[in-house]
Design a protein around this ligand. Structure first.
Ligand code: SF4
Length: 310
């Protein structure tokens, strides 16, 4: 489900492509995921049911007008390359339409591989963090192990204990994050915090731990989020106008696409400014001009958004 062009990412050096290639996918996200009619989707759709806009060639019939057609939810999702891997590798390029008996296992395998690819993406980014070099060997081992798991047969993938694997990787990523953020004194701790609608305009959140924080509709305009760990943070409708995210950790295109920003939002060089963001400043105050604290900067950039089906 797709809108922005596939962004460049810190995952470029990964052993497996971690950016979606919709042309090589059998429309898995457009079948597997459920919709609930509302702000994000124009209609209800049950999980495992092809979207009414999915075409015979697995293209999207409303690709160029998703948002105008009430399908903005399709624009804030990314499979991290899981779709083409499941379609072309796990199931050998034979679609669920060609081989209907493969539909159920293919639809069950896809979300598992998608989770593993998301981990691959984060591990690849963490390997670019120079201050985290003490854990690079563990990160590399975890990357190889996760890639091996994602490359299993359908039966092997369905038998995986993904929550346990995710927990191990999360711990490792946290250690990498802490090594990077250690350079920031008096950094804030907001892990898992309920910051729904919080007024954080202009806040100094440099190096903050915002892992899994609920930041829905939060006002982060003009906030300093450099080196802030945003893994799993819910940024839907958060106001990022004028915010500085240039070195935010584990920031994804999905998060950006779901948030509200503008021309003054500062992004990592490896992520793309969502096309639906205004091309002008929307904030009454100019973007904050801050004196860098000299904090250690990770090398590289962030990740990707629900791709559009072409
Ligand atoms: S991208 Fe298009 S085909 Fe896929 S779910 Fe969204 S509207 Fe349907």
């Amino acid at each position: 489900m797709r809108e922005t062009e596939p962004p460049q990412d810190r995952t470029a050096a990964a052993p497996t492509p971690l950016q979606s290639d919709c042309r090589s996918c059998f429309g898995l996200c457009c079948v597997v995921l459920p919709f609930a009619a509302g702000a994000d989707f124009a209609v209800d759709k049950a999980a495992g049911t092809p979207c009414r806009n999915l075409q015979d060639d697995f293209g999207c019939g409303i690709h160029a007008r998703l948002r105008d057609s009430g399908f903005q939810g399709c624009t804030v999702y990314d499979c991290f390359g899981a779709g083409q891997r499941v379609s072309q590798v796990t199931f050998g390029g034979v679609s669920w339409r060609e081989e209907p008996s493969s539909a159920r296992p293919m639809f069950d395998v896809f979300p598992i591989v998608r989770q593993l690819h998301e981990l691959l993406r984060h591990l690849t980014e963490a390997l670019t963090f120079e201050p985290a070099r003490a854990v690079h060997a563990e990160l590399r081992a975890a990357l190889e192990e996760t890639d091996r798991l994602a490359g299993g047969t359908p039966e092997e993938i369905l038998a995986l204990d993904v929550p346990a694997h995710r927990a191990r990787i999360a711990e490792l990523l946290l250690r990498a994050s802490e090594l990077v953020r250690a350079a920031v004194p008096r950094r804030r701790e907001h892990r898992g915090a309920d910051l729904f609608g919080a007024r954080l305009r202009g806040a100094d959140l440099q190096g903050a731990n915002l892992r899994g924080a609920l930041l829905v509709a939060a006002d982060l305009s003009g906030a300093d989020l450099r080196l802030a760990d945003l893994i799993g943070a819910d940024l839907r409708d958060a106001n990022l106008a004028g915010a500085d995210l240039t070195t935010a950790l584990f920031l994804t295109q999905i998060q950006l696409n779901a948030a509200r920003g503008d021309a003054t939002t500062r992004l990592p060089a490896t992520l793309t400014r969502p096309t639906h963001w205004p091309e002008t400043s929307t904030s009454p105050a100019p973007a904050a001009s801050r004196k860098p604290r000299g904090a250690a900067r990770p090398q590289g950039g962030g990740r990707s958004g629900k791709p559009r089906r072409r």
